[in-house]
Design a binder for this molecule. Structure first.
Ligand code: ATP
Ligand code: MG
Length: 139
């Protein structure tokens, strides 16, 4: 099951700029099925835990501030090869390096404020999905 699922967040900058609809349209058009989805806001503790892998990086404080400053859309998505295909759809971390037509190329402002998150492995997709959703909210 986990091999066909990924986890995403439409980050605070994307929500603030009114890009929820456009990004979901691209996600649907790219063949992902929405398994779970909600508008929510991360607490500081949530963001520190979610991005714990980056806690020694110089941008960690900035990242936590950014990810907690407003609502996000959290979702679990299903598709064959979901993790890799979704990373392709969102594009490089730095929008300046993202391919044409990718979500980050279209909607991200900078490497820090890059509009969308995509899990980087099947294992992390399962962990991150479980961080935001319980079984009764998955369809
Ligand atoms: P995500 O995990 O959000 O999908 P990613 O896997 O493409 O992004 P990571 O290396 O995991 O990139 O970095 C996590 C997040 O930390 C980035 O999406 C970005 O918001 C922020 N970030 C990464 N590198 C930098 C940087 N050099 N300066 C500022 N913020 C950064
Ligand atoms: Mg990452």
């Amino acid at each position: 099951m986990a091999t066909n699922r990924t986890f995403t967040m439409l980050k605070p900058d994307a929500v603030e700029k009114g890009h929820i609809g456009a990004i979901l349209e691209k996600i649907n058009a790219s063949g992902f099925r929405i398994v779970a989805m909600k508008l929510t806001q991360m607490t500081t503790a949530d963001a520190k835990e979610f991005y714990a892998i980056h806690k020694e990086r110089p941008f960690f404080g900035e990242l936590v501030e950014y990810m907690t400053r407003g609502p996000i859309v959290a979702a679990i998505l299903e598709k064959e090869n979901a993790v890799e295909d979704f990373r392709t759809l969102i594009g490089a971390t730095n929008p300046a390096e993202a391919a044409e037509g990718t979500i980050r190329k279209l909607y991200a402002a900078s490497i820090g404020e890059n509009a969308v998150h995509g899990s980087d492995s099947d294992e992390n997709a399962a962990i991150e999905g479980a961080f935001h959703f319980s079984g009764r909210d998955m369809f």
